[in-house]
Ligand binder design. Structure first.
Ligand code: ATP
Ligand code: MG
Length: 296
């Protein structure tokens, strides 16, 4: 699909992050609703062209737990990435509006993330690098998909030059600047799952507000967070504990996690994810595509 900026009609702004803005757009020629992420890249034209080449690789990422990619284009100093629009939105907004994620649904979310990470790493040697609730998206069919993974290391670096490249989902070894691996994604998964179950970020333990610097120090120096005793199922607690082992050598890989008892039973546990997704508040109303088209 040859995407050109003039073929996209903006419908709505979906949100803003550190590096860019995401808009809901209509691709007029194909009548497809997409999410367009616009990232301002402070880099010379050659680097931007290299980034564009690296992004093309996203066409090869096809998995039911990865957001589909329609294409990317440059527009002045901006790079746009057009991806599948996920109408229920990201898990951070979902829990903030609806409270803790029900535990049966949470298990399917954990499964989808682990499967997505295995796909990215085993098939493409991609480390996600930015796993967190805002990068896990849900649609009204109840599908759960990862987005914003690190296909283009050059893009990550160009954005990190202009923005603080630190996140409270980073593993201790990443905070310390040590070599990291796909196990660093596993740490971020553990934090994400705890956050969804508790409906709050699991640091610091007693709700004392910390600056981002203090928070990162806390992650490196203090014991890992764990669920409060006896409030959550043992297997869930154990699963998260495996993700949050500080020693990277001992921490689980995504493939180890897939064999964990918490996830092996997944096939026999029927959960109506579609019903869950549709029950969430903030589910958007249907849009009238014919009206939008005549706008142009
Ligand atoms: P950060 O920049 O720190 O990674 P973020 O993930 O919240 O934070 P963006 O990636 O710019 O920032 O996304 C902004 C918001 O847009 C997200 O929180 C999400 O709710 C929404 N969003 C992103 N991609 C899509 C998509 N494909 N479909 C629907 N909503 C999306
Ligand atoms: Mg994001």
């Amino acid at each position: 699909l040859d995407l050109r900026p003039e073929d996209l009609n903006s419908i709505d702004e979906l949100g803003r992050g550190n590096g860019g803005t995401v808009c809901k757009v209509l691709h007029v020629r194909t009548n497809t609703v997409m999410a367009q992420k616009i990232i301002h890249v402070e880099a010379n034209i050659n680097v931007r062209k290299q980034i564009m080449r690296e992004l093309r690789f996203m066409h090869d990422c096809n998995s039911r737990h990865i957001v589909s990619f329609y294409g990317a284009f440059m527009n002045g100093g901006d790079i746009s990435i057009c991806m599948e629009y996920m109408d229920i939105g990201s898990l951070d907004n979902i829990y903030k509006k609806n409270g803790p994620v029900p535990l049966d649904v949470l298990k399917h979310i954990a499964y989808a993330i682990v499967d997505g990470l295995i796909y990215l790493y085993d098939e493409h040697r991609i480390i996600h690098r930015d796993l967190k609730p805002s990068n896990v998206l849900v649609n009204s069919q109840g599908q759960i998909k990862l987005c914003d993974f690190g296909v283009s290391v050059r893009l990550i670096n160009s954005v990190a030059d202009t923005f603080v490249g630190t996140s409270s989902y980073m593993s201790p070894e990443r905070i310390m600047g040590s070599p990291y691996s796909v196990k660093s994604d596993v740490w971020s998964l553990g934090i994400t799952i705890m956050e969804l179950a508790l409906a709050r970020f699991p640091f610091p333990p007693e709700g004392t507000p910390l600056s981002i610097f203090e928070l990162l120090q806390h992650i490196v120096n203090e014991p890992s967070p764990t669920f409060p005793p006896n409030k959550f199922p043992f297997l869930l607690t154990d699963f998260v504990d495996m993700c949050l082992i500080k020693d990277i050598k001992l921490r689980a890989t995504p493939s180890d996690l897939m064999k964990h008892k918490y996830l092996v039973s997944i096939g026999s546990e029927k959960v109506d994810l579609e019903r869950w997704a549709k029950s969430l508040s903030g589910a958007p109303q249907r849009i009238d595509l014919s009206k939008l088209q005549t706008k142009k």
